[in-house]
Design a binder for this molecule. Structure first.
Ligand code: SLL
Length: 187
């Protein structure tokens, strides 16, 4: 296996969270949700404009706060292979560890949850086997409450229907192996 010398490939993606306060009118609590949970939220990794990223990213693991049941959530197969849109639970050692939404290519790797507090989420990206790249971890602070540098920014967010905290990132593959380079650059 040879690396392609002097070549850097960048692939853009978006990661982050979207959170919504429970509200009887706009975001009712699903039955069985614990009393102290105040928000529903989603943490995700996806392509820019919902483009497919599974040609380089094979799976994503989300490490949630230890106070949450089964805090290690893994989306370990491309969601577009699933037959229909919906939430799927994968049983591993009889514990449902995977909640992903199936759909067309470009569907995010994501986890939906409910809770009451903000915390840091470790997001581990696994690359396709051909890449011979080690997984990489990035960190996202789950935002449930309005945030911002100024009172105006916070006030704007207070008016918004949900708290959005998204980041644009570019995955760098430095001198990729030839086989991976071909996969990254084939149309
Ligand atoms: C805080 N340091 O005190 C943080 C911890 C933990 C949030 C926040 C539990 C949800 C569940 C939940 O929301 N934990 O019980 O499933 O703010």
């Amino acid at each position: 296996q040879k690396r392609v010398k002097g070549v850097q490939i960048f692939r853009p993606f978006v990661y982050g969270s979207t959170a919504k306060l429970f509200d009887p009118a706009t975001n009712p609590k699903p039955p069985g949700t614990p009393e102290d949970h105040t928000h529903s939220w989603t943490v995700f990794v996806k392509g820019v404009d919902d483009t497919d990223i599974t040609y380089w990213c094979k799976k994503v693991q989300f490490k949630l706060h230890d106070s949450i049941p089964n805090p290690l959530r893994c989306t370990d197969f491309p969601s577009y292979l699933l037959p229909a849109k919906g939430i799927y639970w994968k049983k591993q050692a009889n514990i449902p560890i995977l909640a992903i939404e199936a759909g067309a290519p470009g569907t995010p790797f994501q986890v939906h949850e409910t809770g009451w507090g903000e915390f840091e989420i470790a997001i581990k990206l696994y690359y396709i086997p051909e890449s011979l790249e080690k997984p990489q971890t990035l960190y996202h602070h789950l935002r449930l409450h309005p945030y911002g540098n100024t009172e105006t920014e916070k006030e704007t967010m207070r008016q918004a229907p949900q708290i959005i905290s998204w980041a644009y990132e570019e995955q760098l593959f430095n001198e990729p192996y030839e086989q991976f380079y071909d996969l990254l650059t084939s149309p």
